[in-house]
Design a protein around this ligand. Structure first.
Ligand code: F6R
Length: 369
């Protein structure tokens, strides 16, 4: 059922716009967020004093993006934990804690064990899941399904953008219930979200061939670094994970602000570094900080590949390649910036002649701890 695509991954990346649209569908009414699955839970959302997000791998990176949305909009403190680290260290949780698990499959054993542990300690549990009726949602007090459709390729792509979309909706929902955002502020964010599918489609239509060509040129690369700040940080981690997973190339993601605390020592002439650049309009302060990071690594001979907003001219003189993404809000930028990175990882693995759907040593759902 690859439907003419060379791989399930290629098909699933092409479905990223649809995955976002399907996760939004039916959950927006008159500029407000209306998640029917959460009806009757207002007291729960009002009663919590903190949120802990638990997940593994790519889903945990979606969770990291969710932290920015939840703290910015709902003003609830959020910790993001890897599920397998969470319940082996006696975490401080209780009835005032909402534990949000994120899992495409809904069967990841590490995540399931963490959810059970949280429940036993009296925390409230909410599952963001892509698979109807899976074990993790069945073990949770509330469920928000992502409607990305079945994901077959081992590497998660469309489910990732759907998870971020669900977290954005959830953050706006909790912000509304707790009175942290006005109706106008919610409507503004909802409008940004509604435009995301078309904007991802624009990247696929206009940039994909160029990115694939570029990935072909890079096929002999032995190491790639990824930098990002704010939501660009988890996106950098996701870009690195996808590349290691399917192309078996060493890749690391860093918070751009960490550069001078160590990673800059890795920069030598020719080292490819992807940099997710915040929007100059939405995040001018972060933009200028990341631009100065690019200057630092460019001056040391790094080969800079900037993922930057259309019209961002500051990156041009200091980048070797610029992969363009449309304008959007500071938080929704994550949904656009990841798309070139997914395409790049897939393009590079394809150029190396690898099976992008079935990377070695990996399984689609990890049902052992
Ligand atoms: C990476 C990837 C994995 C999964 C992780 C969690 O591309 O697919 O890192 O994200 O194993 O899986 P789920 O979301 O099914 O719990």
């Amino acid at each position: 059922e690859k439907g003419g695509w060379s791989s399930f991954m290629a098909k699933e990346v092409s479905e990223e716009p649809e995955a976002v649209a399907n996760t939004l569908r039916g959950r927006i009414r008159d500029g407000a967020v209306a998640i029917t699955e959460l009806d009757g839970l207002d007291d729960l959302f009002r009663g919590i004093s903190r949120i802990v997000i638990i997940a593994a791998g790519t889903a945990a990176y979606a969770g990291m993006v969710g932290k920015y949305a939840l703290e910015e909009w709902a003003r609830v403190p959020v910790d993001v934990d890897l599920a397998h680290e969470f319940h082996y260290r006696n975490p401080v949780i209780g009835p005032d804690t909402l534990v949000i698990s994120i899992s495409q499959s809904g069967e990841t054993m590490d995540t399931l064990m963490a959810v059970k542990y949280a429940r036993e300690r009296g925390a409230k549990t909410l599952s963001i899941c892509n698979t109807q009726g899976a074990t993790i949602p069945r073990e949770s007090d509330a469920i928000v399904y992502t409607h990305a459709g079945p994901e077959v390729a081992v590497a998660s792509t469309k489910a990732f953008v759907a998870q971020i979309t669900a977290l954005n909706l959830l953050a706006l929902h909790i912000a509304t219930v707790r009175g942290e955002l006005s109706a106008d502020q919610v409507a503004e964010q909802v409008a940004e979200l509604e435009q995301i599918p078309a904007k991802i489609q624009h990247i696929l239509d206009d940039e994909q061939p160029h990115i694939e060509q570029f990935a072909h040129w890079m096929a002999d690369t032995r190491s790639v670094l990824f930098l990002g700040r704010h939501v660009g940080y988890p996106i950098a981690l996701e870009g690195a994970l996808k590349l290691k997973e399917i192309s078996y190339i060493h890749a690391e993601g860093f918070a751009a602000g960490e550069l001078k605390h160590g990673p800059i020592a890795l920069i030598e002439p020719g080292q490819p570094v992807f940099v997710v650049v915040p929007s100059p309009r939405e995040s001018p302060v972060l933009h200028s900080k990341v631009v100065s990071n690019i200057r630092e690594i460019h001056a040391r001979g790094a080969r800079v590949i900037a993922v930057a907003e259309e019209g961002d001219a500051a990156v041009l003189p200091i980048s070797d390649e610029v992969l363009r993404i449309p304008l959007t809000g500071a938080i929704t930028q994550s949904l656009l910036a990841v798309v070139p990175l997914h395409i790049f990882a897939m393009g590079l693995a394809t150029a190396k002649g690898l099976d992008v759907d079935q990377p070695r040593n990996l399984a689609k759902s990890v049902t052992v701890e």
